[in-house]
Design a protein around this ligand. Structure first.
Ligand code: FCB
Length: 449
């Protein structure tokens, strides 16, 4: 059946090492910044640590069987740097490599295309002790790590991603709510610059290796902000700042257009946050990639009056927990923006899209298994992607976040994104309604028209 998607469209599911693997200190793996951050009082909403999570390190065959059940064509996962190079650089941990060899072999035996991310936020703690991404040496550290990955798995992986969502490093170094928990904008701007240069150096390394069939890209999440009241100066300014100064423009501009945007350059200059930029950095950052990975969760409408109300509420000790309005259709406009504003000419994969179930809204396992809101949300996203493809935008794949409920960073186990429910006591996986729905989507290569 042709439901508007190209014949080889890659339907997939996504996870990340720190969120699903567990085995945090097993077989030679050492601590990451997240293992450390979890142990800070109050850092994680439910006070949990990432030592076990879904235990995919031991249960990967079971999880690949679930993927088989769904019929997915591709699995997006990430490598744990500290499992492979426990100290970040230097001695390679054979047992770590061996785990990924087994995982990749099992995927291939099941006809599932591996899509692997080098860095999904879990920096080895040993490197944080040397300043982490804020240290320019991070470029060398990352290149060494990328080299180990490409030497060992270069040809086995079809789709390589250097970085997942650079913005997380802003949340960790600038806002303090992710690992490593720093609040220093100047240092954070430098960290992100170093990270972008690391990406570019990894692209060069990848090209030098001439790996037949393997392709490499980067994943930048786009939470596009719109003024809630178009024409209202305050709303317009809020949305612009959210997009350009602390959002996707920070990364997409140097990656695809070259250099930081005018708005960001001005802002950093005015506030003394301009990072140290070496000659050639921007050329390195904008090395051509083979594809772009879009993580899309929502479109947001900024209302300055509403923002003031929330700030006042929070200042007086209140807790703002409302679920934001859902705008799944915004992905259509985002895809157009990528091509029209950022002139992205390479194929696009939607590398993550998902829907949260919150502990406070649901409760029992039975409640979580019924997820019509997730189905409705994902349906609208898929429909919008189909419209973009009909307009001629080259979207080649779509990955649901996530295969199974996992450790949702600073929210711990309080947010569930899985197509499968995870019981974090017994580690039992149970399909939600959406799992059966997604199986159908894949089988039909899209939604019934
Ligand atoms: C994305 C992250 C992913 C997961 C989802 C819900 O921003 O890349 O690890 O946490 O959000």
């Amino acid at each position: 059946m042709n439901c508007g998607f190209p014949k080889d469209f890659l339907w997939g599911v996504a996870t990340a090492s720190a969120q699903v693997e567990g085995a945090a200190f097993e077989d030679g793996k050492k601590a990451t910044i997240w293992d450390a951050f979890c142990r800070l009082p109050g850092a994680i909403r439910d006070g949990n640590v990432m030592d076990v999570t879904c235990d995919q390190y031991h249960l990967y065959e079971k999880d690949i069987a679930l993927m088989k059940e769904l019929g997915v064509k591709s699995y997006r996962f990430s490598f744990s740097w500290a499992r492979i190079l426990p100290d970040g650089t230097g001695k390679v941990n054979e047992k770590g490599l061996d785990y990924y060899r087994r995982l990749i072999r099992c995927l291939k035996e099941n006809g599932i295309v591996p899509n692997a991310t080098m860095y999904h936020w879990d920096l080895p703690y040993a490197l944080q002790l040397k300043g982490g991404w804020g240290n320019r040496d991070s470029v060398k550290w990352f290149t060494e790590y990328a080299d180990v990955l490409l030497e060992n798995f270069g040809r086995d992986i079809d789709l390589w991603v250097t970085f997942n969502e650079p913005i997380a490093t802003w949340v960790g170094y600038g806002l303090g709510s992710f690992a490593p928990g720093l609040r220093d904008e100047k240092y954070a701007r430098q960290a992100l610059h170093n990270l972008l240069v690391s990406h570019g150096e990894a692209v060069k390394l990848f090209r030098a290796k001439k790996l037949a069939n393997a392709r490499l890209g980067i994943v930048v999440d786009v939470w596009k902000h719109y003024p809630a009241r178009p024409g209202n100066n305050e709303d317009e300014a809020m949305a612009l700042a959210a997009n350009e100064i602390a959002g996707f423009g920070w990364f997409l501009h140097p990656l695809f257009l070259g250099g930081y945007s005018e708005e960001l350059t001005e802002y950093m200059k005015k506030n003394g946050f301009t990072p140290e930029i070496l000659e050639g950095d921007f050329a390195t950052i904008s090395q051509p990639v083979d594809f772009y990975g879009l993580n899309f969760y929502n479109g947001l409408y900024d209302n300055a009056d509403e923002a003031r109300r929330i700030r006042e509420l929070e200042a007086s000790g209140g807790n703002y927990q409302e679920r934001p309005e859902q705008h799944p259709e915004a992905i259509y406009d985002v895809l157009h923006m990528l091509v029209e504003k950022y002139r992205i000419k390479v194929p696009i994969y939607v590398t993550e899209n998902g829907y949260i179930q919150l502990d406070e809204d649901n409760g029992t396992k039975e409640d979580f298994l019924e997820d019509p809101e997730r189905i409705a949300y994902l349906t609208e996203v898929i429909r919008s992607i189909r419209r973009a493809i009909a307009d001629g935008i080259d979207v080649r794949g779509y990955y649901v976040w996530s295969l199974l409920d996992n450790f949702e960073w600073n929210a711990g186990y309080t947010m569930r994104y899985g197509l499968y429910h995870t019981d974090f006591g017994t580690l039992e996986r149970t399909p939600k309604k959406s799992a059966g729905w997604y199986r159908n989507v894949i089988e039909n290569n899209g939604l019934d028209v």
